[in-house]
Design a protein around this ligand. Structure first.
Ligand code: MF3
Ligand code: CO
Length: 254
């Protein structure tokens, strides 16, 4: 069953994810500064992925009006996910979410993170910290003996305790042989509910956290998802594997 991966599969999925890890840790921080356009960031991502012998997984994904046209999703401030890279120039104080899928030897990696552009205000700092920490808490709950609802519940509790909201309309997912596989991994819910977490599962844990309402709108391009109230949103995603009963993070730099 595709839901459960072998250790060999997990090794390969990790390689696909390590490309994104290097990109996010070693390469992008040098470029994500006021004055760069999101299109230029996309070009850096695309070039790096291909230089590693991999393929960007987002290009050509079918959408409402048109296939996704770029290597990576870049979402600024009130944009939540699936932003299309364009000529927008990043300004001091912006936050920018980068969500990248790689395909290496047929295996998929998927990871996202939100960066500060220059100096950001205290609310944005807190948003980034809380969102990243909520991902950690979700991952800590991805253990054999728990159910998927325990992950979502833990993420939601932590986020709401900190005064923010968690997006309902998009969720984490199984990943590895395809970009999106079963099971769906919501970032909210009730503990003790949902699928049992099992040895060999590979999951993308990806809370999207909003400053204001969790409700969303879609822009006219059919891709870019924004918050309904125009307040800011952040997104942190890791691909993990359940090995020896607990999560190992595949998309964290080795
Ligand atoms: N990691 C994103 C997701 O799970 C990647 C989307 S690629 C896109 O939704 F092309 F569909 F935008
Ligand atoms: Co994902």
């Amino acid at each position: 069953m595709a839901l459960i991966k072998t250790l060999e599969d997990i090794k390969e999925i990790k390689k696909a994810n390590q490309i994104i890890a290097r990109l996010y840790t070693d390469i992008l921080p040098k470029y994500i500064k006021p004055g760069i356009s999101t299109f230029e960031i996309d070009k850096i991502v695309d070039d790096y992925i291909r230089s590693q012998g991999a393929i960007p997984g987002c290009i050509g994904v079918p959408g409402i009006y048109e296939p996704f046209p770029a290597a990576t999703c870049i979402s600024v401030n009130e944009e939540v996910v699936h932003g299309i890279p364009n000529g927008r120039i990043l300004q001091d104080g912006d936050i920018v979410s980068i969500d990248t899928v790689t395909i290496l030897n047929g295996y998929y990696g998927d990871s996202a993170r939100t960066y500060a552009v220059g100096n950001i205000d205290d609310e944005a700092k807190k948003l980034l910290e809380v969102t990243e920490k909520s991902r950690t808490i979700g991952i800590e709950n991805a253990i054999v003996g728990n159910r998927l609802g325990d992950i979502g519940h833990a993420i939601q509790q932590y986020v709401e305790k900190n005064g923010f909201s968690v997006v309902r309309d998009y969720a984490g997912h199984g990943v590895g042989h395809k970009m999106h596989e079963d099971p769906m991994v919501p970032n909210f819910g009730r503990s003790g509910r949902g699928f049992k977490i099992q040895e060999g599962m590979v999951l993308a844990i990806e809370p999207m956290v909003n400053v204001g309402t969790y409700k969303l709108n879609m822009k006219d391009d059919g891709w870019t998802v924004v918050t309904k109230d125009g307040k800011r949103s952040a997104h942190f995603e890791h691909s993990i594997a359940i090995v020896d009963g607990k999560a190992i993070i595949l998309s964290e730099l080795d």
